[in-house]
Design a protein around this ligand. Structure first.
Ligand code: AMP
Length: 189
């Protein structure tokens, strides 16, 4: 299987994290999650973590400068030479443009942007369930609504950004993990 560079888009709760892990395993590429990197920075109380913590708990977006820098460092690393699946980045137009520039510098163009599409009420239900199971600090109902409205305003427009580049693959995210996984494998070919 050839190396693949994939961006994964979808609302919070659409199943990006789970599907990204499956894709990473099947294709032997690293799963690059800015949410995971930021949560690790918060846990380690690094300067980035200290700046990000309150913003994440409020369900808002951490500054573009911070996330662009941590993503740039990760993508430039040796591990990502064999491809990657990017989960949770880009989330704004500025981040999408920065990603283009980073990948141009690395001579490593994207193969596709995979979007997992799920209805809003379904993602609220899923996130509330995840809150019970995982106890994530940003899975409270108020924060969930805020994260979804941030997604609609800032991130959903990126579907058009990648559609215009003919890179967009849309997959329905309803159903069990395995069903969605099969649809994704079919879409990736
Ligand atoms: P996630 O695990 O991808 O849902 O991310 C959890 C939280 O981390 C988000 O709600 C944001 O506060 C922050 N975050 C993750 N990725 C980004 C990003 N690309 N830009 C800004 N904030 C981000």
């Amino acid at each position: 299987m050839s190396a693949m560079r994939i961006v994964l888009l979808g609302a919070p709760g659409a199943g990006k994290g789970t599907q990204a892990q499956l894709i990473a395993k099947a294709r032997e590429i690293p799963h690059v999650s800015t949410g995971d990197m930021l949560r690790a920075a918060v846990a380690a109380e690094t300067p980035v973590g200290k700046r990000a913590q309150a913003i994440m708990e409020a369900g808002q977006l951490v500054g573009d400068d911070i996330v662009i820098e941590i993503t740039r460092q990760r993508l430039a690393g040796d591990e990502c030479k064999k491809g990657f699946i990017l989960d949770g980045f880009p989330r704004t137009r500025a981040q999408a443009l920065a990603l283009d520039a980073i990948l141009m510098e690395l001579s490593a163009p994207l193969d596709c942007c995979l979007a997992i599409c799920v209805e809003t009420e379904e993602v609220v239900k899923r996130l509330l369930k995840r809150a019970e199971i995982e106890g994530r600090a940003d899975d409270r109902e108020e924060t969930i609504r805020e994260r979804l409205s941030v997604y609609e305003a800032e991130t959903a427009p990126l579907l058009d950004f990648y559609r215009d580049k003919s890179l967009l693959l849309e997959v329905p995210g309803e159903g069990i993990v395995e069903q969605v996984g099969l649809r994704i494998e079919e879409a990736l070919g």
